[in-house]
Design a protein around this ligand. Structure first.
Ligand code: NAG
Ligand code: NAG
Ligand code: NAG
Ligand code: NAG
Ligand code: NAG
Length: 356
Protein backbone atom coordinates (compact mmCIF):
# COMPACT_ATOMS: atom_id res chain seq x y z
CA UNK A 1 0.00 0.00 0.00
CA UNK A 2 1.14 3.56 -0.64
CA UNK A 3 1.23 5.87 2.40
CA UNK A 4 -2.28 6.98 3.23
CA UNK A 5 -3.46 10.55 3.36
CA UNK A 6 -3.65 12.02 6.86
CA UNK A 7 -5.33 15.42 6.75
CA UNK A 8 -6.91 14.70 10.13
CA UNK A 9 -3.53 14.78 11.86
CA UNK A 10 -2.90 18.28 10.47
CA UNK A 11 -6.25 19.62 11.61
CA UNK A 12 -5.71 17.97 14.99
CA UNK A 13 -2.46 19.90 15.30
CA UNK A 14 -4.25 23.11 14.39
CA UNK A 15 -7.01 22.56 16.91
CA UNK A 16 -4.39 22.01 19.62
CA UNK A 17 -2.72 25.28 18.67
CA UNK A 18 -6.03 27.15 18.89
CA UNK A 19 -6.71 25.62 22.26
CA UNK A 20 -3.53 27.15 23.65
CA UNK A 21 -4.17 30.49 21.95
CA UNK A 22 -7.69 30.70 23.30
CA UNK A 23 -6.85 30.29 26.97
CA UNK A 24 -5.22 33.76 27.37
CA UNK A 25 -7.84 35.35 25.08
CA UNK A 26 -10.76 33.92 27.06
CA UNK A 27 -9.17 34.91 30.36
CA UNK A 28 -8.55 38.50 29.27
CA UNK A 29 -12.07 38.89 27.87
CA UNK A 30 -13.56 37.49 31.07
CA UNK A 31 -11.54 39.80 33.30
CA UNK A 32 -12.53 42.76 31.11
CA UNK A 33 -16.18 41.97 31.65
CA UNK A 34 -15.68 41.54 35.39
CA UNK A 35 -13.76 44.77 35.91
CA UNK A 36 -15.76 46.99 33.60
CA UNK A 37 -17.98 49.19 35.79
CA UNK A 38 -19.62 51.20 32.99
CA UNK A 39 -21.80 49.25 30.53
CA UNK A 40 -20.49 49.83 27.02
CA UNK A 41 -23.39 51.38 25.13
CA UNK A 42 -21.80 50.72 21.76
CA UNK A 43 -22.06 46.98 22.17
CA UNK A 44 -25.44 45.30 21.97
CA UNK A 45 -25.21 42.29 24.26
CA UNK A 46 -27.39 39.44 23.07
CA UNK A 47 -28.45 37.06 25.84
CA UNK A 48 -25.84 34.44 25.01
CA UNK A 49 -23.12 36.59 23.49
CA UNK A 50 -20.97 36.37 26.61
CA UNK A 51 -20.57 32.68 25.69
CA UNK A 52 -19.00 33.50 22.31
CA UNK A 53 -15.31 32.85 21.99
CA UNK A 54 -13.28 35.55 20.29
CA UNK A 55 -12.55 34.81 16.62
CA UNK A 56 -8.92 34.12 15.82
CA UNK A 57 -7.07 37.20 14.48
CA UNK A 58 -5.99 35.33 11.34
CA UNK A 59 -6.73 32.05 9.58
CA UNK A 60 -4.41 29.07 10.06
CA UNK A 61 -1.80 28.75 7.32
CA UNK A 62 -2.80 25.96 4.90
CA UNK A 63 -0.52 22.93 4.71
CA UNK A 64 2.29 24.00 2.31
CA UNK A 65 2.78 20.39 1.23
CA UNK A 66 -0.68 20.22 -0.32
CA UNK A 67 -1.90 21.74 -3.59
CA UNK A 68 -5.30 23.34 -3.06
CA UNK A 69 -5.77 24.06 -6.78
CA UNK A 70 -5.51 20.54 -8.23
CA UNK A 71 -6.25 19.83 -11.89
CA UNK A 72 -7.21 16.43 -13.32
CA UNK A 73 -6.57 15.23 -16.88
CA UNK A 74 -9.46 13.24 -18.36
CA UNK A 75 -8.75 11.26 -21.54
CA UNK A 76 -11.37 11.62 -24.29
CA UNK A 77 -12.89 8.49 -25.89
CA UNK A 78 -13.64 7.86 -29.60
CA UNK A 79 -17.04 8.97 -30.92
CA UNK A 80 -19.55 11.56 -29.76
CA UNK A 81 -20.98 9.50 -26.90
CA UNK A 82 -24.33 9.38 -28.74
CA UNK A 83 -23.74 6.86 -31.56
CA UNK A 84 -23.22 9.63 -34.14
CA UNK A 85 -26.44 11.51 -33.35
CA UNK A 86 -24.44 14.61 -32.34
CA UNK A 87 -21.34 14.49 -34.51
CA UNK A 88 -19.87 12.03 -37.00
CA UNK A 89 -16.28 11.65 -38.10
CA UNK A 90 -13.22 9.51 -37.53
CA UNK A 91 -11.47 12.25 -35.55
CA UNK A 92 -14.34 12.93 -33.13
CA UNK A 93 -13.96 12.13 -29.43
CA UNK A 94 -15.88 12.97 -26.27
CA UNK A 95 -15.83 13.13 -22.48
CA UNK A 96 -19.13 12.53 -20.67
CA UNK A 97 -19.70 15.63 -18.51
CA UNK A 98 -20.47 13.41 -15.48
CA UNK A 99 -16.71 12.67 -15.12
CA UNK A 100 -15.99 16.40 -15.21
CA UNK A 101 -18.67 17.18 -12.61
CA UNK A 102 -17.39 14.30 -10.44
CA UNK A 103 -13.92 15.89 -10.38
CA UNK A 104 -15.25 19.43 -9.93
CA UNK A 105 -17.54 18.40 -7.07
CA UNK A 106 -14.51 17.41 -5.01
CA UNK A 107 -12.65 20.71 -5.55
CA UNK A 108 -10.58 20.26 -8.71
CA UNK A 109 -10.68 21.46 -12.31
CA UNK A 110 -10.32 19.43 -15.50
CA UNK A 111 -8.03 19.58 -18.52
CA UNK A 112 -9.23 17.35 -21.37
CA UNK A 113 -6.53 15.06 -22.78
CA UNK A 114 -7.93 14.72 -26.31
CA UNK A 115 -6.69 11.35 -27.51
CA UNK A 116 -6.59 12.40 -31.20
CA UNK A 117 -4.06 15.15 -30.43
CA UNK A 118 -0.41 14.38 -31.32
CA UNK A 119 1.17 12.46 -28.43
CA UNK A 120 3.67 15.26 -27.66
CA UNK A 121 0.71 17.64 -27.19
CA UNK A 122 -0.93 15.11 -24.84
CA UNK A 123 2.32 14.75 -22.88
CA UNK A 124 2.61 18.56 -22.57
CA UNK A 125 -0.93 18.71 -21.16
CA UNK A 126 -0.04 15.88 -18.78
CA UNK A 127 2.55 18.26 -17.28
CA UNK A 128 -0.32 20.63 -16.38
CA UNK A 129 -2.28 18.19 -14.21
CA UNK A 130 -2.11 16.52 -10.78
CA UNK A 131 -3.78 13.23 -11.67
CA UNK A 132 -5.44 11.36 -14.52
CA UNK A 133 -8.83 9.73 -15.08
CA UNK A 134 -9.54 7.04 -17.70
CA UNK A 135 -13.28 6.89 -18.45
CA UNK A 136 -15.70 4.19 -19.46
CA UNK A 137 -16.47 3.38 -23.10
CA UNK A 138 -15.89 0.52 -25.55
CA UNK A 139 -12.62 1.13 -27.47
CA UNK A 140 -9.98 -1.49 -26.75
CA UNK A 141 -7.65 -1.16 -29.73
CA UNK A 142 -6.02 1.26 -32.15
CA UNK A 143 -4.80 4.77 -31.32
CA UNK A 144 -7.03 5.07 -28.25
CA UNK A 145 -5.52 1.97 -26.61
CA UNK A 146 -1.99 3.15 -27.43
CA UNK A 147 -2.60 6.62 -26.01
CA UNK A 148 -4.00 5.20 -22.76
CA UNK A 149 -1.01 2.86 -22.56
CA UNK A 150 1.47 5.72 -23.00
CA UNK A 151 -0.28 7.95 -20.46
CA UNK A 152 -0.39 5.07 -17.97
CA UNK A 153 3.37 4.57 -18.46
CA UNK A 154 3.88 8.26 -17.61
CA UNK A 155 1.73 7.85 -14.48
CA UNK A 156 4.02 5.05 -13.29
CA UNK A 157 7.16 7.04 -14.20
CA UNK A 158 6.01 10.11 -12.26
CA UNK A 159 5.30 8.05 -9.15
CA UNK A 160 8.55 6.10 -9.52
CA UNK A 161 10.36 9.46 -9.62
CA UNK A 162 8.75 10.37 -6.28
CA UNK A 163 6.21 12.74 -7.84
CA UNK A 164 2.94 11.55 -6.32
CA UNK A 165 0.38 11.37 -9.16
CA UNK A 166 -2.95 9.56 -8.69
CA UNK A 167 -4.97 7.76 -11.36
CA UNK A 168 -8.59 6.58 -11.44
CA UNK A 169 -9.49 4.01 -14.09
CA UNK A 170 -13.24 3.54 -14.46
CA UNK A 171 -15.00 0.64 -16.26
CA UNK A 172 -13.30 0.46 -19.69
CA UNK A 173 -10.39 2.36 -18.11
CA UNK A 174 -9.91 -0.46 -15.59
CA UNK A 175 -10.32 -3.09 -18.32
CA UNK A 176 -7.56 -1.39 -20.32
CA UNK A 177 -5.22 -1.29 -17.30
CA UNK A 178 -5.93 -5.00 -16.78
CA UNK A 179 -4.82 -5.66 -20.38
CA UNK A 180 -1.80 -3.35 -20.14
CA UNK A 181 -0.51 -4.58 -16.77
CA UNK A 182 -1.01 -8.27 -17.68
CA UNK A 183 0.46 -7.65 -21.18
CA UNK A 184 -2.41 -9.84 -22.40
CA UNK A 185 -5.06 -8.22 -24.59
CA UNK A 186 -7.27 -11.32 -24.34
CA UNK A 187 -7.33 -11.61 -20.55
CA UNK A 188 -10.82 -10.14 -20.05
CA UNK A 189 -13.76 -12.52 -19.68
CA UNK A 190 -17.41 -12.24 -20.70
CA UNK A 191 -19.87 -11.23 -17.99
CA UNK A 192 -23.56 -10.27 -17.97
CA UNK A 193 -23.47 -6.97 -16.16
CA UNK A 194 -25.08 -4.49 -18.55
CA UNK A 195 -27.29 -1.79 -17.09
CA UNK A 196 -27.55 -3.08 -13.54
CA UNK A 197 -27.04 -1.77 -10.03
CA UNK A 198 -25.04 -4.04 -7.73
CA UNK A 199 -23.50 -4.41 -4.29
CA UNK A 200 -19.77 -4.46 -3.53
CA UNK A 201 -18.41 -7.37 -1.49
CA UNK A 202 -15.28 -6.49 0.46
CA UNK A 203 -12.44 -8.97 0.31
CA UNK A 204 -10.85 -7.65 3.52
CA UNK A 205 -12.37 -5.75 6.46
CA UNK A 206 -9.38 -3.43 6.46
CA UNK A 207 -9.99 -0.70 3.88
CA UNK A 208 -7.18 1.55 5.09
CA UNK A 209 -5.10 2.88 2.17
CA UNK A 210 -8.00 2.42 -0.28
CA UNK A 211 -10.71 4.65 -1.77
CA UNK A 212 -13.05 3.38 0.98
CA UNK A 213 -10.86 4.45 3.91
CA UNK A 214 -12.90 7.51 4.84
CA UNK A 215 -16.35 6.04 4.15
CA UNK A 216 -18.59 6.15 7.24
CA UNK A 217 -18.82 2.56 8.63
CA UNK A 218 -22.59 2.49 8.11
CA UNK A 219 -22.26 3.40 4.40
CA UNK A 220 -19.48 0.85 3.98
CA UNK A 221 -21.78 -1.82 5.43
CA UNK A 222 -24.64 -0.78 3.13
CA UNK A 223 -22.40 -1.12 0.06
CA UNK A 224 -22.40 -4.88 0.64
CA UNK A 225 -26.17 -5.18 1.22
CA UNK A 226 -27.79 -2.44 -0.91
CA UNK A 227 -27.32 -1.94 -4.66
CA UNK A 228 -25.55 1.41 -4.44
CA UNK A 229 -23.29 1.20 -7.49
CA UNK A 230 -24.02 1.16 -11.21
CA UNK A 231 -22.49 -1.53 -13.44
CA UNK A 232 -22.58 -1.45 -17.22
CA UNK A 233 -20.09 -3.83 -18.82
CA UNK A 234 -19.85 -7.00 -20.86
CA UNK A 235 -16.26 -7.71 -19.90
CA UNK A 236 -14.48 -8.01 -16.57
CA UNK A 237 -11.92 -10.21 -14.85
CA UNK A 238 -12.66 -12.95 -12.34
CA UNK A 239 -10.73 -12.95 -9.03
CA UNK A 240 -9.31 -16.36 -10.01
CA UNK A 241 -7.90 -15.12 -13.32
CA UNK A 242 -6.46 -12.02 -11.69
CA UNK A 243 -4.76 -14.01 -8.92
CA UNK A 244 -3.41 -16.56 -11.41
CA UNK A 245 -1.73 -13.82 -13.45
CA UNK A 246 1.48 -12.91 -11.66
CA UNK A 247 1.81 -9.49 -13.33
CA UNK A 248 -1.72 -8.52 -12.24
CA UNK A 249 -1.65 -10.00 -8.74
CA UNK A 250 1.71 -8.40 -7.97
CA UNK A 251 0.39 -5.02 -9.17
CA UNK A 252 -3.19 -4.89 -7.86
CA UNK A 253 -4.93 -5.76 -4.59
CA UNK A 254 -8.54 -6.85 -5.07
CA UNK A 255 -10.64 -4.66 -2.77
CA UNK A 256 -14.17 -5.68 -3.80
CA UNK A 257 -15.97 -8.18 -6.01
CA UNK A 258 -19.49 -8.15 -7.48
CA UNK A 259 -21.77 -10.75 -9.05
CA UNK A 260 -23.33 -10.64 -12.54
CA UNK A 261 -26.79 -11.84 -13.70
CA UNK A 262 -25.45 -15.38 -14.18
CA UNK A 263 -24.08 -15.48 -10.60
CA UNK A 264 -20.52 -15.18 -11.86
CA UNK A 265 -18.16 -13.21 -9.60
CA UNK A 266 -15.92 -10.50 -11.03
CA UNK A 267 -13.41 -8.08 -9.59
CA UNK A 268 -15.15 -4.72 -9.07
CA UNK A 269 -12.55 -2.53 -7.30
CA UNK A 270 -8.75 -2.78 -7.23
CA UNK A 271 -5.98 -0.73 -5.66
CA UNK A 272 -2.37 -0.84 -6.86
CA UNK A 273 0.04 -2.04 -4.13
CA UNK A 274 2.73 0.54 -4.82
CA UNK A 275 0.91 3.30 -6.67
CA UNK A 276 -2.02 5.70 -6.04
CA UNK A 277 -3.99 3.94 -8.77
CA UNK A 278 -7.56 2.73 -8.25
CA UNK A 279 -9.54 0.67 -10.78
CA UNK A 280 -13.35 0.52 -10.77
CA UNK A 281 -15.41 -1.86 -12.87
CA UNK A 282 -18.44 0.20 -11.67
CA UNK A 283 -19.30 3.84 -12.29
CA UNK A 284 -18.81 6.07 -9.21
CA UNK A 285 -19.58 9.20 -11.29
CA UNK A 286 -23.06 8.15 -12.46
CA UNK A 287 -25.05 8.14 -9.18
CA UNK A 288 -24.97 11.91 -8.79
CA UNK A 289 -24.67 13.02 -12.41
CA UNK A 290 -26.38 10.69 -14.92
CA UNK A 291 -30.16 10.31 -15.30
CA UNK A 292 -30.52 8.40 -18.58
CA UNK A 293 -31.21 4.94 -17.14
CA UNK A 294 -33.73 4.03 -14.43
CA UNK A 295 -31.37 1.60 -12.63
CA UNK A 296 -28.77 4.25 -11.78
CA UNK A 297 -28.99 4.57 -7.97
CA UNK A 298 -29.89 8.08 -6.79
CA UNK A 299 -30.63 7.49 -3.10
CA UNK A 300 -28.91 9.65 -0.50
CA UNK A 301 -26.56 6.74 0.24
CA UNK A 302 -25.79 6.35 -3.47
CA UNK A 303 -24.99 10.06 -3.84
CA UNK A 304 -22.68 9.82 -0.84
CA UNK A 305 -20.83 7.00 -2.59
CA UNK A 306 -20.15 9.31 -5.56
CA UNK A 307 -19.04 12.09 -3.21
CA UNK A 308 -16.69 9.97 -1.08
CA UNK A 309 -15.07 8.39 -4.14
CA UNK A 310 -14.53 11.81 -5.72
CA UNK A 311 -13.16 13.23 -2.46
CA UNK A 312 -10.58 10.46 -2.13
CA UNK A 313 -9.29 11.04 -5.68
CA UNK A 314 -8.91 14.78 -5.22
CA UNK A 315 -7.40 14.40 -1.73
CA UNK A 316 -4.70 12.39 -3.49
CA UNK A 317 -4.34 14.95 -6.31
CA UNK A 318 -3.65 17.63 -3.67
CA UNK A 319 -0.52 15.67 -2.77
CA UNK A 320 0.88 15.98 -6.29
CA UNK A 321 3.88 18.34 -6.20
CA UNK A 322 3.25 19.55 -9.79
CA UNK A 323 2.76 23.37 -9.89
CA UNK A 324 2.44 24.31 -13.62
CA UNK A 325 2.32 27.92 -14.90
CA UNK A 326 -1.18 29.34 -14.30
CA UNK A 327 -1.74 30.75 -17.86
CA UNK A 328 -0.98 27.33 -19.38
CA UNK A 329 -3.54 25.74 -17.07
CA UNK A 330 -6.20 28.36 -17.88
CA UNK A 331 -5.62 27.99 -21.64
CA UNK A 332 -6.27 24.26 -21.46
CA UNK A 333 -9.07 23.95 -18.90
CA UNK A 334 -12.29 22.28 -20.04
CA UNK A 335 -13.97 25.68 -19.50
CA UNK A 336 -12.61 26.52 -22.98
CA UNK A 337 -15.25 24.08 -24.30
CA UNK A 338 -19.03 23.85 -23.85
CA UNK A 339 -20.87 20.64 -23.05
CA UNK A 340 -23.79 19.52 -25.24
CA UNK A 341 -27.06 18.45 -23.65
CA UNK A 342 -28.02 15.12 -25.18
CA UNK A 343 -30.06 13.47 -22.44
CA UNK A 344 -33.49 14.62 -23.54
CA UNK A 345 -34.15 11.34 -25.30
CA UNK A 346 -33.61 9.60 -21.98
CA UNK A 347 -30.70 7.38 -22.90
CA UNK A 348 -26.95 7.61 -23.00
CA UNK A 349 -25.22 10.48 -21.27
CA UNK A 350 -26.95 13.65 -20.12
CA UNK A 351 -24.18 15.99 -21.27
CA UNK A 352 -21.01 15.41 -23.30
CA UNK A 353 -17.98 17.48 -24.28
CA UNK A 354 -17.17 16.80 -27.94
CA UNK A 355 -13.72 17.35 -29.52
CA UNK A 356 -12.40 17.33 -33.07
C1 NAG B 1 -24.08 10.42 -38.55
O1 NAG B 1 -24.23 9.32 -39.43
C2 NAG B 1 -25.39 8.53 -39.20
C3 NAG B 1 -25.36 7.35 -40.14
O2 NAG B 1 -25.05 7.73 -41.43
C4 NAG B 1 -26.64 9.41 -39.41
O3 NAG B 1 -27.80 8.64 -39.13
C5 NAG B 1 -26.56 10.58 -38.47
O4 NAG B 1 -27.66 11.46 -38.71
C6 NAG B 1 -25.28 11.35 -38.64
N1 NAG B 1 -25.18 12.35 -37.60
C7 NAG B 1 -25.00 13.64 -37.83
C8 NAG B 1 -24.92 14.54 -36.65
O5 NAG B 1 -24.90 14.09 -38.95
C1 NAG C 1 -10.95 -2.74 -32.96
O1 NAG C 1 -12.09 -3.28 -32.30
C2 NAG C 1 -13.30 -3.20 -33.03
C3 NAG C 1 -14.40 -3.76 -32.16
O2 NAG C 1 -14.46 -3.13 -30.95
C4 NAG C 1 -13.18 -3.97 -34.33
O3 NAG C 1 -14.36 -3.79 -35.09
C5 NAG C 1 -11.98 -3.47 -35.12
O4 NAG C 1 -11.79 -4.29 -36.23
C6 NAG C 1 -10.72 -3.49 -34.26
N1 NAG C 1 -9.63 -2.87 -35.00
C7 NAG C 1 -8.43 -3.41 -35.06
C8 NAG C 1 -7.42 -2.63 -35.82
O5 NAG C 1 -8.15 -4.48 -34.52
C1 NAG D 1 -17.46 -13.61 -25.38
O1 NAG D 1 -18.64 -13.32 -26.10
C2 NAG D 1 -18.45 -13.16 -27.49
C3 NAG D 1 -19.77 -12.81 -28.10
O2 NAG D 1 -20.39 -11.82 -27.41
C4 NAG D 1 -17.87 -14.42 -28.10
O3 NAG D 1 -17.59 -14.20 -29.46
C5 NAG D 1 -16.59 -14.79 -27.36
O4 NAG D 1 -16.11 -16.01 -27.83
C6 NAG D 1 -16.81 -14.87 -25.86
N1 NAG D 1 -15.56 -15.10 -25.20
C7 NAG D 1 -15.39 -16.00 -24.27
C8 NAG D 1 -14.02 -16.08 -23.67
O5 NAG D 1 -16.29 -16.70 -23.87
C1 NAG E 1 -4.76 -2.14 7.48
O1 NAG E 1 -4.07 -1.93 6.28
C2 NAG E 1 -3.07 -0.94 6.36
C3 NAG E 1 -2.55 -0.68 4.97
O2 NAG E 1 -2.26 -1.88 4.30
C4 NAG E 1 -2.01 -1.39 7.34
O3 NAG E 1 -0.99 -0.40 7.44
C5 NAG E 1 -2.64 -1.61 8.69
O4 NAG E 1 -1.69 -2.14 9.59
C6 NAG E 1 -3.81 -2.58 8.59
N1 NAG E 1 -4.52 -2.60 9.86
C7 NAG E 1 -4.91 -3.74 10.43
C8 NAG E 1 -5.66 -3.61 11.71
O5 NAG E 1 -4.68 -4.83 9.94
C1 NAG F 1 -8.05 15.54 -34.80
O1 NAG F 1 -8.45 16.32 -33.68
C2 NAG F 1 -7.39 16.74 -32.86
C3 NAG F 1 -7.98 17.42 -31.64
O2 NAG F 1 -8.90 18.41 -31.96
C4 NAG F 1 -6.46 17.64 -33.65
O3 NAG F 1 -5.36 18.01 -32.83
C5 NAG F 1 -5.95 16.89 -34.86
O4 NAG F 1 -5.18 17.74 -35.66
C6 NAG F 1 -7.11 16.32 -35.67
N1 NAG F 1 -6.60 15.45 -36.71
C7 NAG F 1 -7.09 15.47 -37.95
C8 NAG F 1 -6.46 14.49 -38.89
O5 NAG F 1 -7.98 16.21 -38.29
Amino acid sequence: MFPSNTPSSTSHLHSNLWFFLWIPLITSSLSQQLTSAEPNNNIIMLPTSSDYLPAPKSCPVPDPDLNFRPVIGIVSHPGDGASGRLKNGTNVSYIAASYVKFVESAGARVIPLVYTDPIDVIFKKLELVNGVLFTGGWAKNGTYFEVVQQIFKKVLEKNDAGKFFPCYAICLGFELLTMIVSKDNNILENFSASYQASTLQFVDNNVSGTVFQRFPPELLRKLSTDCLVMQNHKFAISPKTLQANHLLSSFFDVITTSTDSDNKVYVSTVQAHQYPITGFQWHPEKNAFEWGYPMIPHSEDAIQVTQHVANFFISEARRSPNRPPVPDVLNNLIYNYSPTYCGKKGNGYDEVYIFG
